[in-house]
Design a binder for this molecule. Structure first.
Ligand code: BGC
Length: 273
């Protein structure tokens, strides 16, 4: 456990989308460990969401957690999720928009439905959740007793918001666009004390990229891309998100924080170019 429990998010409530597994699950647990109430959002993996809840309950801290099924690409579902969060916890202080997926194919073989699905979930889903969060922050007003921010939005992006990725153009396009969404939010709502930032993970050990780390050969190949010479773990991302959601990060605004072991340093150029 890299994150030591503390109370920096006590009294705050968070929605973490896609927290039935992988990075989202670790983020939900991490926020709870720091005292937040958490909505564990899932799309189809209810068992996974139950497991996240069980892990949070084991921590036995001040906050509580509920699960909520919602497809983040659907306007009505997102509205219902926020209504449930507000009904249960009184408001939402922190949004970690993490839900995302890959539907990989070389561009000339990519079907429109796979392009569309990735854009719908990874980009439109982020827009719908951010919009709902901003509306709630503005409605509710400041809560100086819990935070010096009106609200915090963390979009989970990817190193592929800056590293092109052949065979994954839908995914890279969705993440690249997310940079402009995030910066536009920060630019427009910073004056209301809303903070909006992106967290961009590199290769993190989750089911989404199993092919890249499961076998020794794949893992060794992957290491050519990572100066830190290890794959990332979900806790690496979770620890950053908890800090970023807290007032300790009050001056972090409109930026992208990479959690990638140096992948964005393009190590392929070390002895080349
Ligand atoms: C992708 C992973 C990939 C990593 C580094 C992530 O955004 O979801 O599949 O391993 O980027 O390339």
């Amino acid at each position: 456990m890299r994150q030591r429990p503390n109370n920096r998010l006590k009294g705050q409530s968070a929605i973490v989308t896609g927290s039935s597994s992988g990075i989202g699950k670790a983020i939900a647990i991490g926020l709870a460990r720091d005292g937040a109430n958490v909505v564990v959002n899932y799309h189809s993996d209810e068992e996974g969401a139950n497991h996240t809840l069980a892990e949070i309950e084991k921590l036995n801290l001040h906050g509580s957690a509920i699960k909520f099924k919602a497809d983040v690409s659907k306007e009505e579902a997102v509205e219902e999720m926020f209504a449930k969060a507000i009904d249960t916890f009184g408001t939402v202080d922190i949004l970690v928009a993490n839900a995302g997926l890959q539907k990989d194919a070389p561009l000339h073989e990519m079907e429109l439905k796979d392009w569309q699905l990735v854009i719908d979930v990874n980009l439109t889903g982020q827009f719908l959740c951010a919009r709902a969060a901003i509306r709630e922050f503005l409605r509710r007003g400041m809560r100086k007793d819990v935070s010096c921010a009106l609200g915090k939005i963390i979009h989970i992006s990817s190193v592929h918001d800056i590293i092109p990725w052949a065979g994954h153009a839908n995914y890279a396009a969705s993440k690249g666009a997310l940079t402009m969404l995030m910066q536009s939010i920060a630019q427009g709502y910073g004056k209301y004390k809303i903070r909006c930032n992106n967290v961009s993970p590199g290769a993190i050990r989750t089911p989404i990229n199993e092919d890249a780390w499961k076998t020794k050969a794949a893992y060794n190949k992957l290491m050519k891309l990572i100066p830190s010479d290890r794959i990332g773990e979900v806790e690496d991302v979770a620890a950053l998100c908890s800090w970023l959601a807290s007032d300790e990060a009050d001056y972090i605004q409109g930026t992208t924080l990479y959690v990638d072991g140096g992948m964005t340093c393009y190590p392929g150029f070390t002895e080349n170019g």
